[in-house]
Design a protein around this ligand. Structure first.
Ligand code: RIB
Length: 301
């Protein structure tokens, strides 16, 4: 098994379910309040570990109760949390509203925004250890850039999930091997609207021309990717959608573990699709991510 380094965010998600989206200025009653371990980096790392990957996580939490709880949660899932910094700032928080299975997220990055390029340089040994480095954009851009450059210098495969996409700059493309945006993120990166399957197919071809393998996720429409000179489509597995939070994170987690196990991209994507289909059938981020045994047993609930 190859070694995976996740460099990214750790958040406490505060979730309320509503029947409809509130209007500006309106107070709307919701229900099912939960505090759930989340953060794109953390969700991806713990997914990889639960699926049997060898994972270290580099990130930051605050000295508050959330920081300790989230670090323990990752550790209990099998992630090596030794590189996580504890700093004098609040732990990242995400306010999530779930409506008809879909979600809206407002983020306060807190400690996540204190991981600096210097922290990356101080952890070169992690990049020497890693075979694959996985990042998202909930930490500072300069830190992501430094991480990608150092990962490349150390011959790692670099995977970027460009979310939230508002923080993306294409100067990073020469340093990454695989990009996994959803259709909206992919469209914004290439300066175009992209919401249909056909347009997403054009996106993966454009990324390929720029030297990057792209897997564009399309929610209930599955995903498209480029493989062996052709654009391919992998359908989603039909399931009852309860909450899509962490669907993209778990797709990346599953794909990454399968690649580390030596599976070819189409097989890795099939596996990732299975993982994500379980995640959307459950509530929350970290709480919805299955173990390898659950995947093998085909469990949905
Ligand atoms: O991708 C889902 C995650 O985005 C949530 O867990 C939330 O913390 C935000 O970072």
């Amino acid at each position: 098994m190859k070694n995976i380094l996740v460099v990214g965010s750790i958040n406490m998600d505060m979730v309320i379910t509503v029947d409809r989206v509130p209007r500006m200025g309106e107070t709307l009653s919701g229900g099912d309040f939960m505090t759930v371990p989340g953060g794109k980096g953390s969700n991806q790392a713990l997914c990889m570990a639960r699926l049997g990957g060898t994972v270290k996580m580099l990130g930051a939490v605050g000295k508050d109760g959330f920081g300790a709880e989230l670090t323990d949660y990752l550790k209990d899932s099998g992630v090596d949390t030794t590189p996580i910094k504890i700093i004098d700032k609040n732990t990242g928080v995400a306010l999530i509203t779930v409506c008809n299975g879909d979600n809206m997220i407002v983020l306060e990055k807190g400690a996540n925004y204190m991981i600096s390029p210097e922290d990356i340089r101080n952890n070169i040994e992690l990049y020497k250890w890693a075979d694959i480095v996985v990042m998202q954009l909930e930490i500072p851009w300069e830190t992501v850039m430094e991480s990608a450059k150092i990962a490349k210098e150390n011959d790692c495969t670099v995977l970027l999930n460009p979310a939230p996409v508002e923080n993306f700059k294409d100067e990073i493309l020469p340093y990454i091997d695989i990009i996994v945006p959803n259709e909206h993120e992919g469209g914004i990166i290439l300066d175009r609207e992209s919401v249909t399957k056909d347009e997403a197919k054009e996106l993966v071809t454009e990324f390929k021309k720029k030297g990057v393998e792209a897997v564009v996720t399309l929610g209930g429409d599955g995903c498209v990717y480029y493989y062996n000179g052709e654009v391919k489509h992998c359908p989603a597995i039909k399931t009852k959608v309860i909450d899509t939070t962490a669907a993209g994170d778990s797709f990346i987690g599953g794909m990454c573990v399968a690649i580390c196990e030596g599976k070819k991209l189409p097989e890795a994507i099939k596996f990732a699709t299975k993982v994500a289909s379980i995640v959307v059938s459950r509530k929350g981020a970290g709480t919805s991510i299955p173990t390898r045994d659950e995947i093998n047993n085909g469990e949905q609930k």
